[in-house]
Design a binder for this molecule. Structure first.
Ligand SMILES: Cc1ncc(COP(=O)(O)O)c(C=O)c1O
Length: 373
């Protein structure tokens, strides 16, 4: 364990500008340190219920909210196992690493999985979606809101209505957007909207959450071999008592209850979304000024994570490690995009001023690296 990262007295001394896990403020860490009752107690159920109510507001939905003791990938698998019947076809839109992961989950669970995508850096537009949907009849469609590897945001408001028109159920992976970008679940008719909490919701990892529609709930009993840990019916049964079937990470749930209260009643939803819009915009202006081309197609850049091409052809690892020595962490490109791109996460509780400070240091580092190349 590096000394600067894990300072015993003060916690993490690093400022994370990462696409998750993100920098967690002391007020949230303090919530996690409070003593807890058991997950079958009344205080726990009250806390669980607060999370449900808060998430309904955050997602603009009256759908059921489920809490899962897993990361987002667990709920991605749950959607596949609970909603796709053996004789049905499932369509996975993929524009990057996490879309590919969802497709792989489909294949590994023996479902009839079809992948449709575009070149990395581009988005699923309504036209692309329509063309794919015209090819066959799909029972369930899976799509990312924010593709964290490429930094592309699929335009939910335009694409989801096209998918819904086809009659399919639609599952949205809102990891790295939930809590940072507005997604109106009921207006769009999203059947499952899921995310893990270590991204824009700003909680340490260990928990994932989703909304689930009545149509999706109705379908679950018709699907065989749902497994046990991620059986939606079991999760729903316990959720009626505001509990989970197995032992959940109670500190994370306590922190999420407090954080939702902060988001809704102190910062305010609109202000939070606007702050993320500004953070995205500011990062793109910086990239333009320093001469880094954005990896995403113009107009589809995410406001929570920016992926830049290495258009200056500099040593990305050196840039990242030098910045680390100055107290900030950004990250290299994901998978095949390593060294060809790099990413700056600007989600959660990051302020515009904090972003400015980090970008100032990063600009100096980039100039030094260019000068000494
Ligand atoms: C869009 C997206 N989906 C899924 C995942 C997987 O999340 P988890 O690590 O919580 O399973 C990530 C993680 O970065 C992500 O960004």
């Amino acid at each position: 364990m590096s000394e600067i990262h894990f300072n015993k007295e003060k916690g993490s001394q690093l400022k994370l500008f990462t696409p998750g896990p993100v920098h967690v403020p002391e007020r949230i860490l303090a919530e996690m340190a409070k003593p807890n009752d058991t997950h079958r107690s009344k205080p726990y159920s009250e806390m669980h219920q607060r999370v449900e109510e808060g998430l309904k507001k955050l997602l603009y939905t009256s759908n059921t909210i489920l809490i899962s003791t897993s990361s987002a990938t667990g709920l991605m698998e749950a959607c596949v196992r609970n909603l796709v019947k053996a004789d049905e076809k499932a369509l996975f839109f993929s524009i990057g690493a996490f879309g590919d992961r969802w497709y792989k989950i489909g294949v590994n669970n023996g479902k009839v999985a079809i992948k449709e995508g575009v070149e990395w850096g581009k988005a699923i537009t309504p036209e692309v979606a329509q063309e794919a949907l015209n090819k066959d009849k799909y029972a369930v469609v899976f799509i990312q809101a924010n593709e964290t590897s490429t930094g592309v945001y699929n335009p939910m408001d335009e694409v989801i209505p096209v998918i819904k028109d086809s009659g399919a159920l639609v599952c949205v992976d809102a990891t790295s957007s939930m809590g940072g970008i507005k997604i109106e679940v009921d207006k769009l008719g999203i059947d499952v909207c899921l995310a893990s909490v270590q991204k824009a919701l700003t909680i340490p990892p260990g928990l994932a959450v989703c909304s689930i529609s009545p149509a999706a709930i109705e379908k679950v009993p018709q699907v065989k071999s749902r497994g046990l840990y991620f059986d939606f019916l079991d999760l729903i049964k316990y959720n009626e008592k505001h509990q989970t079937p197995t032992t959940p990470p109670i500190p994370q749930i306590r922190a999420l209850a407090a954080q939702l209260d902060y988001i809704l009643n102190q910062e305010g939803l609109e202000k939070r979304f606007e702050r993320h819009t500004q953070l995205g915009k500011r990062t793109r202006i910086w990239a333009r000024d320093v001469n880094f081309e954005m990896f995403p197609e113009k107009g589809y850049e995410s406001d929570t994570v920016s992926t830049m091409r290495n258009s200056l052809n500099i040593d990305i690892e050196k840039m990242v490690s030098t910045l680390l020595s100055r107290g900030y962490r950004i990250v290299n490109g994901y998978g095949d995009l390593k060294n060809k791109t790099f990413r700056i996460g600007h989600m959660g509780e990051i302020t515009l001023e904090e972003l400015e400070e980090m970008l100032k240091v990063l600009t100096e580092i980039v100039s030094d690296i260019r000068l000494n190349k």
